[in-house]
Design a protein. Structure first.
Length: 361
């Protein structure tokens, strides 16, 4: 009897053990880990301790960098005989923009021919004077005068050659208007067969490099105290919804526009692939720090809001994914500042956090 009781007890213990193992395996199967497959569809972020900042949104516009703009004016008056470029074309330094036929250039042609003829005569005169000096038929003074006359004519020829080189003059009464810098043609105020004057106040071409551009933003009077030189900014445009540009305020213009009652601030940006076009409107988000306050910060799109509460998906040291409720102190379009629920250095799911959150539920 006692033997049968002992055998039955052992059998029951074995069955309970098997059931507990099955339950544990079932519970473990519900856990989700950050494996290689998930890493291809999510991105990670780290909770960092930083100063709390507010984002001030400013209206801005893309403008040329005046340091890279060249205005081209006519050197001589005349008639446009040829134009080699169109508005918006990219030109290199030294490229011919237009050819102008000019009566003033014709005068230089005449002077150059006269000087060339005078040079031949002066050289022959010097040779004859040297021969006469060696034979005693000419004085040393005559020899010096002949040499001086040749030097003066050579100097005049050199001056004319420099003018031809500087102004790109040719031998058929025309001169070439060349680009002084590399960049884009942003202004073109002439056409073929157009008459121009050398004293006109308007430029005929404007060339601007677009490797660098300026973002000019307007600051209303009530926000002037919030912006400072060196403040970090991010910039968005209508043309590129998924693209942000980052920089900092490098110049604060400490005066108000009489009409708009706004103050301008400037951001210099590298313009890779010429994405930013002068005239584009932008939104400029200025990071305004709150003095003396630091808090944990994560990206805003890592936060999931449900049933009046905020959650994130945290990654433990062993790769286990878990939902975690957090308390949000402040949230901007870019960042979220956390009161509680996270610790500095915690790794969280950033991109596609909602997908993982729903899977964990």
């Amino acid at each position: 009897m006692s033997k049968n009781f002992i055998a039955l007890t052992l059998l029951l213990l074995w069955l309970v053990s098997c059931r507990n193992t099955t339950v544990e395996q079932t519970e473990e199967s519900k856990h989700l880990f950050l494996n290689d497959s998930l890493k291809t569809i999510v991105s990670l972020d780290m909770a960092i301790m930083t100063k709390v900042s507010n984002e001030l949104i400013l209206n801005g516009r893309v403008t040329f960098n005046p340091e890279k703009v060249a205005h081209v004016y006519p050197i001589f008056g005349g008639t446009i005989t040829d134009i080699n470029i169109e508005l918006g074309d990219y030109v290199r330094k030294g490229d011919v923009l237009a050819v102008i036929r000019s009566s003033e250039v014709a005068d230089y042609d005449k002077q150059k021919k006269e000087v060339a003829q005078q040079l031949v005569i002066a050289r022959r005169n010097l040779e004859a004077t040297e021969d006469m000096f060696r034979s005693g038929m000419s004085s040393e003074r005559d020899l010096l005068q002949a040499r001086q006359s040749l030097l003066e004519i050579e100097a005049e020829q050199k001056r004319l050659d420099e003018i031809y080189s500087i102004y790109s003059l040719t031998n058929n009464s025309t001169y070439q208007v060349k680009s002084p810098v590399s960049g884009f043609v942003v202004s073109k105020n002439v056409n073929s067969n157009m008459q121009i004057r050398s004293d006109q106040s308007d430029e005929i071409f404007t060339i601007s490099g677009l490797d660098d551009v300026w973002i000019m933003a307007d600051v209303y009077e009530g926000d002037i105290s919030k912006v400072k030189e060196g403040a970090s900014v991010r910039i968005t445009t209508l043309a590129y919804d998924d693209k942000e540009f980052f920089g900092e305020i490098d110049k604060v213009y400490n005066m108000l526009n009489d009409a708009s009652k706004t103050m301008n601030v400037r951001v210099k940006l590298k313009n890779d692939n010429y994405m930013l076009k002068p005239g584009m409107f932008t939104n400029v988000y200025v990071q305004c720090k709150v003095e003396g306050q630091t808090m944990l910060r994560i990206n805003s799109h890592a936060v999931i809001f449900e049933d009046g509460k905020n959650y994130i998906v945290r990654v433990s040291k062993d790769g286990l994914l878990e939902m975690k409720e957090i308390s949000v102190f402040k949230q901007t379009e870019k960042y979220c500042y956390i009161d509680s629920g996270l610790e500095e250095g915690n790794i969280i799911i950033d991109n596609n956090a909602l997908l993982i959150y729903n899977a964990l539920k």
